[in-house]
Design a protein around this ligand. Structure first.
Ligand code: ADP
Length: 374
């Protein structure tokens, strides 16, 4: 099969889209983007950026008709247009049906329940008046992002801060660890799994502080995580890559928290730490290419570089010369034109002989590399 000139259309031109360009170059796939921001992360690296809203029906339809395969780097896109493109015979990977389910945390949780996939017990509510049990985790059904839209209501007093909108109420899980498994599944139904990574959170920002590979779990638990992630991807009939976020409870149970049917922050360290990156796996999967088995090549740790508190404006990174002179430290700058406190602006993967050493170096990098406004 000639790969040359097959066109992949990506809804979204942010950092995830930007990191998908490299495998498209290598595999000889033409890559086209749709993003509302003319200065989005991919803008400097492609002449195939259509400026337009990926939430607008007509815009997505028109864009989709110009490419061979359509994929996403963000799940909040116009799925009605994608469904229409499917009717017209276009390959939409992942499918509009899968995206529709994922977009709404209520439908997503219901899917796990219907498919007997282990996940925390939940109920669906329309307004705060229905919250009567504490402690409980409240998640907005739509509109949440990166920990925004999720909160723990410990006692009745917390009702004052509850989201008064359609939400999922979920049992509070006694967490031992949070594990991420990236699963790739191609158009032929072949499945490959990246070995589990461990996510450690910053309690203040409620954002992942480190992603660690390999996860510090035993073989048996690792197999359980992989099995569950494969089950999710297969039951969703995924085509592409999916990040499956798992909770390991204090009693050793593994539960599915949520899934994202796209390349994901928790898979960034595969660029340097594995035999294939999540980005190449995704591109291969959606284009119907073979998926190779994944080998972890190095212990690695990924950290997000977020905008410094008190800094808003054109971004600049401090101490880059010093940090980049070190081996095994890989900077991925996202090319966003504006920094804001807490905004993800870049990530760094540190590769060392052990995870512990990589974490130590990551801490030093976090001290030195600061995203400030010019
Ligand atoms: P988001 O989609 O914003 O990432 P998540 O559903 O992943 O939201 O929740 C964010 C974080 O909140 C999780 O990574 C976990 O640390 C915590 N959390 C979410 N649900 C629960 C739960 N049922 N029990 C305990 N902690 C939870």
């Amino acid at each position: 099969m000639s790969l040359m000139y097959k066109k992949l259309g990506i809804l979204g031109g942010g950092q995830l889209g930007r990191m998908m360009i490299a495998p498209c170059i290598d595999l000889g796939i033409g890559v086209h983007f749709l993003d509302p921001n003319p200065k989005c992360s991919v803008a400097d690296f492609t002449s195939h950026l259509t400026v337009g809203d990926f939430n607008d029906y007509e815009t997505v339809l028109a864009f989709g008709r110009t490419v061979d395969v359509i994929t996403v780097e963000i799940e909040h896109v116009n799925v009605d247009a994608l469904a229409q493109l499917e009717k017209e015979g276009k390959a939409v990977n992942p499918s509009s049906a899968l995206l529709r389910t994922i977009q709404d945390k209520g439908l997503q949780k219901q899917f796990y329940a219907d498919q007997s996939i282990l996940s925390p017990a939940f109920s669906l509510i329309e307004s705060t008046s229905e919250i009567t049990k504490f402690p409980i985790v409240q998640k907005m059904r739509t509109g949440g992002y990166d920990g925004q839209g999720v909160q723990i209501l410990k006692t009745e007093a917390d009702l004052a801060k509850a989201f008064d909108q359609p939400s999922v109420l979920e049992d509070l899980v006694d967490l031992e660890k949070e594990i991420g498994v990236m699963v790739g599944r191609n158009t032929h139904g072949e499945v490959q799994v990246f070995p589990p990574v461990e996510m450690e959170f910053d309690p203040e920002l409620n954002l992942v502080k480190y992603v660690v590979s390999p996860a510090n779990i035993d073989e048996k638990l690792s197999k359980k995580c992989i099995q569950l992630a494969k089950e999710v991807a297969t039951k969703f009939e995924l085509v592409g890559i999916m990040a499956v976020e798992l909770f390991v409870t204090k009693t050793g149970e593994v539960l599915v928290n949520e899934c994202a049917p796209r390349v994901h922050n928790s898979g960034h360290l595969t660029i340097e730490g594995a035999s294939i990156s999540q980005f190449e796996m995704h591109v291969r999967a959606v284009m119907g290419l073979p998926l190779p088995r994944v080998i972890v090549t190095h212990p690695s740790v990924m950290i997000n570089l977020v905008g410094e508190a008190g800094h808003t404006g054109s971004p600049q990174l401090t101490n880059t010369d010093e940090v980049l002179a070190e081996p095994g430290i890989f900077l991925h700058w996202y090319g966003k034109t504006q920094t804001r406190p807490g905004r993800k602006m870049a990530h760094v993967t540190v590769v060392r002989g052990t995870v512990e050493k990589a974490k130590e170096v990551a801490d030093e990098v976090l001290e030195k590399l600061r995203v400030v406004a010019e």
